[in-house]
Design a protein around this ligand. Structure first.
Ligand code: DAV
Length: 365
């Protein structure tokens, strides 16, 4: 048993696959407005995702776990909690939690360190508890594992721009993109906030997206916490940036898959180009619509899980994405996963690399 991973592609030995059980359409909170009347969740309401959707998602998650196990990869699963229960800190109360499907959002492994993210939604403040029994067991089994948690955020009203959703939604596209580039979104800079899924790991270089879940203070905290790394704060031309892993996906040394609808900054492209990295625009998704009951986009098509530098898991209906990766020289493992999407994402979102064989390298010398 070893906790250790430096990048998104080294040979995967041990992984966590999330669970759909009990996932909620969250109760309203400053960070989250849900309005899905066509699915029985008009604005202001909350509740569990329907039973049939939950079992369909769990079937696909279980099948994915079996695919990984058949390849000799150890798979752990989080426990489920009663995500419908109200939670509170001394400073706020929230009518529901969220779930334990997108493990990627909450935890990240960088070298021998397991780091718990702050999270930025009140409904997700306690989500680490779904994963704690696993983390405790790893800590007992691996004497070299470092266990860290970023400062628990307060998430008072001061952490959110008042009326953000109404005001931002009314702005023209260009102005929305200007706000994204300037980092003037939902979150204020009152305290460091980040979701782990805004981090893309490339050895010494970590690309961290400023987003609806990650603020500049969160990126600064990561930079100070990881002095041996180059932590790049990045933005993309995406009006609803939320987690980097359907936008900027490193596949192997020298190759990044990029959502061309969401342009990268010149500075980032330059950093890759001078180091002979290729930035490939991802194939157009097969879906025209985003998944139901979800904040994710159809670009979950590129939310792939790399098993080793020559093998990649791709959602089984995304034919064009599979063909593109095949042409790029990968063995493609098709994994049916669209029923999981409403629970928080794709194959990368649903997993956490606990151990990938390999060492720290500088790919951008
Ligand atoms: O860009 O569609 C995908 C990742 C969510 N955890 C998007 C978000």
């Amino acid at each position: 048993m070893k906790v250790g991973s430096w990048n998104e592609w080294d040979p995967l030995k041990h992984v966590v696959v999330g669970r759909a059980d009990g996932t909620m359409v969250q109760a309203p909170e400053p960070a989250v407005v849900r309005d899905w009347p066509e699915h029985g969740f008009p604005r202001g309401t909350h509740g569990p995702l329907p039973e049939e959707m939950t079992s369909a998602a769990n079937e696909q998650l279980d099948a994915f776990a079996r695919v990984l196990e058949a390849r000799g990869i150890r798979v752990d699963r989080p426990r489920t909690l009663d995500f419908g229960q109200p939670t509170a800190t001394p400073e706020w109360a929230q009518q529901s939690m969220f779930g334990a499907m997108p493990v990627r959002d909450v935890l990240v492994v960088i070298g021998n360190e397991l780091l718990e993210a702050t999270m930025s939604f009140r409904s997700r403040w306690f989500e680490y508890l779904a994963h704690r029994p696993l983390i405790e067991a790893w800590f007992r089994a691996d004497p070299d594992m470092r266990w860290e948690a970023a400062p628990k955020p307060r998430l008072t009203d001061a952490s959110y721009r008042p009326d953000f959703w109404e005001e931002f939604g009314a702005l023209p596209f260009e102005e929305q993109i200007a706000r994204v580039r300037a980092g003037e979104l939902l979150l204020t800079e009152a305290e460091p906030l980040f979701d782990a899924a805004d981090i893309a790991r490339c050895g010494k270089d970590l690309f961290v997206q400023q987003s609806l879940a990650t603020n500049a203070a969160g990126i600064r905290w990561l930079r100070q916490h990881l002095p041996e790394h180059r932590v790049h704060g990045v933005t993309f031309g995406n009006t609803h940036p939320m987690h980097i892993d359907a936008t900027w996906v490193p596949l192997r040394p020298g190759l990044v898959l990029h959502c061309a609808e969401r342009p990268a900054e010149e500075e980032l492209l330059h950093h890759l180009k001078v180091n002979d990295w290729q930035v490939v625009p991802a194939a157009t998704p097969g879906r025209t619509d985003p998944p139901p009951l979800s904040a994710c986009s159809r670009w979950l098509s590129m939310n792939v899980l790399v098993l080793d530098p020559g093998t990649v898991c791709v959602e089984a209906s995304e034919t064009a994405q599979m063909e593109q990766l095949d042409r790029l020289g990968f063995e493609v493992v098709p994994v049916p996963f669209w029923d999981v999407a409403p629970f928080g994402g794709g194959l990368h979102c649903a997993t956490l690399d606990v151990h990938r064989e390999g060492v720290l390298e500088d790919y951008f010398p």
